[in-house]
Structures are given as structure tokens and as C-alpha cells.
Write a protein that binds this ligand. Structure first.
Ligand code: IPM
Ligand code: MG
Length: 360
């Protein structure tokens, strides 16, 4: 097959980790006789430096003309980087939010699993981590607090800021359907996370998710309040299979879930629209403190590329081969600094990419 991949390396460690993922994609292409054509695009701080804005119409058009997008990370140090002296709508993150909206990427899949090889890096007590866990957070990505009306103004002489959390039933229904569809291919359990004891948007969320559940009698649905979910994630993460939740709750809970896997450097993500089109990126940030040092963990980006093979290109064998190569590399004792433990061999970002390629 011939596929067109838009590549947004971005800022910080983005270029290093994406280069390793491209190396892995090329190895898979060679082995399984595919051709991947890459188009390099700018977004985030690097786009601000060149174009004055974090995301241009040309970048959006080039993404739309591709079969999928592979992304690294965007943004810099928020206290020292000049990008953060700009108005909010011109900062690197504004580019990321705009591309999600423009491409209609409403479903953000963040699989969190504890590799047995990394259980030593899990900060939970052994009695909890020894049960392992394998969950998928399905975060709504183009609605809620991130995209509601907002303003800052003086009201009766007092500075006042307003953000709005709004969802309509259609937005809730389409993400719920995605969650149940994925659950059917996993352990058939959906936990819908909300704050229905306080918020109207959550009460509608709960009602619509319950309606959708009626079409999936094999899937067990449970509702959980977001504060309790934060607690359950560290108390008994093995109870979760698919967790579906609104944008902001998903942002927070997915960082928490990533930490109990040992490192955010392990977590891939896929952001999809209604079709097979998707944007694939690691869940972690641009880590400006270690950028350019060949130290970053490229595994999250490599696993994101594997999700691209699986979800956008229907290349199941190829995706399985990449996932297996990552596991084998960990089994063989190779680690980047963030997941290093006694008795293992510490390798650089590019060495990790090479080791994974050798095992495909
Ligand atoms: C994420 C990030 C982004 C978000 C930031 C960089 C805007 O934290 O993808 O989780 O909040 O969605
Ligand atoms: Mg986040």
C-alpha cells in the first residue's frame, strides 16, 4: 500500500522522537512492502518563529490531503520562552487546539498499560502494581471547557474570568459510540466519568451514555464521579477497561494514568474523526529541559505510529510487529533514562529507535 503521512515534528524533543518513529515506520514499510510518503509540516513554536502563527492554513490543508498525521510535541518553557509573551491565541498550544477542531478529531484514545517489565518504575505499592492494568482512556477532544465561550472582563470594577463547559447530545453520543465500539474489541467494560452530582453537562452526559449502552448489551456500563475516579486510579487501576470522559477530565485523568505506567514517555495516543483519519502523537509534552540531548524516550511516539498502522491503515500485522518489537526491546533490558532501573542497559533516544527496528 502507498500512504501519505503528514509529519509535524514540533518543538522541544519533538524532532528527536518523531525521527525514531519514522525510522520504525520505514522498517515496517520495507518488511511488509509498503511505501510511506512523508510531508514535513510546521506547527507550534517553530511555526511561530517562521510564520508568526502557531498553525497556518497551508499546514491544515496539507494534513487534510494526507492519510494520517504523525506528530511529536509542541510548546516550550512557559516561564522563559518568548512564545508565552504572545497573546493566548498565538501561543503554541493554540495551534494544537485549532488543528484538533479543524480536522474534527473528537475522539482521543489514550491506552495506558503497565508493562510487566516496567512494574519497578510504577510508583504504586507492589500489592497494587502486581495485578497489572490495561485501560484505554477515551477523551472527548473538541468540546467542553476547552472550546466553550470564554472571556476576561471587568464587572463592577472587579476583574472576572469566565469559561464555559458545554456539550450537546450529539457530541456526547458520538464519543460514547466510539467508547462502546472499542470496548467490544477489549474486555467489554465502559466506565463513564462525570460530575453528575454537580454539573448539568454531566447529567446530560450520563443520560446519553446510558442510552447508547442499550445498543451494546454485551458491554457492562458503570458511571463514576471524576473525583472518585482520580482516587480509584491509584487504588485499583486494574478495575478499568475503557474509560470515557469529557475533554478536561480526560486531560487530567490521562496524566494521572500515565504516571502509574512508570513514565509518560511510554504513552501513545490517537485522535480520530468519524472516518479512519487520525492524528497520532505521544501523550507527553515537549520536555524542553532535555531537548536536543538525544535522551528522550521515543517509545510513546513509536507506539503512536503503531496505532496509525492499526487504526488508519488497517495494517494489523504491521502494528502487532511494532508493538512486539517494543516489548522485546524492553525484555532484552534496554531502557532510556526515564524508565531506567538496576541491571538494565541505558540507551539514547536514537539507540532505542535502532534497537526496536532491529526487532521488527
Ligand atoms: C494534552 C495536552 C494539551 C491538552 C495541551 C498541550 C493543550 O496537555 O494533549 O493532553 O490539554 O489537551
Ligand atoms: Mg494533557
Amino acid at each position: 500500500m502507498n500512504k501519505k503521512i503528514a509529519v509535524i515534528k514540533g518543538d522541544g524533543i519533538g524532532p528527536e522522537i518523531v525521527s525514531e518513529a519514522v525510522k520504525v515506520l520505514d522498517k515496517a514499510a520495507e518488511k511488509y512492502a509498503h511505501t510511506f510518503e512523508y510531508t514535513q509540516l510546521l506547527m507550534g513554536g517553530c511555526s511561530i518563529d517562521v510564520n508568526g502563527v502557531p498553525l497556518t492554513d497551508e499546514t491544515i490543508a496539507a494534513c487534510k490531503a494526507s492519510d494520517a498525521v504523525l506528530m511529536g510535541s509542541i510548546g516550550g518553557d512557559t516561564t522563559t520562552s518568548p512564545w508565552y509573551k504572545l497573546p493566548a491565541n498565538l501561543r503554541p498550544e493554540a495551534g494544537l487546539l485549532k488543528i484538533r477542531k479543524e480536522l474534527g478529531l473528537f475522539a482521543n484514545l489514550r491506552p495506558c498499560l503497565l508493562y510487566p517489565q516496567l512494574s519497578g518504575a510504577c510508583p504504586l505499592k507492589e500489592e497494587i502494581s502486581s495485578n497489572g492494568f490495561d485501560m484505554l482512556i477515551m477523551r472527548e477532544l473538541t468540546g467542553g471547557l476547552y472550546f466553550g465561550e470564554r472571556r476576561t472582563e471587568e464587572v463592577d470594577g472587579v476583574m472576572t474570568a469566565v469559561d464555559t463547559l458545554s456539550y450537546n447530545e450529539n457530541e456526547i453520543r458520538r464519543i460514547a459510540i466510539k467508547a462502546f465500539e472499542v470496548a467490544m474489541k477489549r474486555s467489554k467494560k465502559v466506565t463513564s466519568v462525570d460530575k453528575a452530582n454537580v454539573l448539568d453537562s454531566s447529567r446530560l452526559w450520563r443520560k446519553v451514555v446510558t442510552e447508547v449502552a442499550a445498543d451494546y448489551p454485551e458491554v457492562t456500563l458503570e458511571h463514576m464521579l471524576v473525583d472518585n475516579t482520580a482516587m480509584q486510579l491509584v487504588k485499583n487501576p486494574a478495575q478499568f477497561d475503557v474509560m470515557v470522559t469529557e475533554n478536561m477530565f480526560g486531560d487530567i485523568l490521562s496524566d494521572e494514568a500515565s504516571m502509574i505506567t512508570g513514565s509518560i514517555g511510554m504513552l501513545p495516543s490517537a485522535s480520530m474523526n468519524e472516518t479512519k483519519f487520525g492524528l497520532y502523537e505521544p501523550s507527553g509534552g515537549s520536555a524542553p529541559d532535555i531537548a536536543g540531548q538525544n535522551k528522550a524516550n521515543p517509545i510513546a511516539t513509536i507506539l503512536s505510529a503503531a496505532m496509525m498502522l492499526r487504526y488508519s491503515f488497517d495494517m494489523t500485522d504491521e502494528a502487532d510487529a511494532v508493538d512486539a518489537a517494543v516489548k522485546q526491546t524492553l525484555n532484552d533490558g534496554f531502557r532510556t533514562g526515564d524508565i531506567m532501573s538496576d541491571g538494565c542497559k541505558m540507551v539514547s533516544c536514537s539507540e532505542m529507535g535502532d534497537l526496536i527496528c532491529e526487532r521488527i
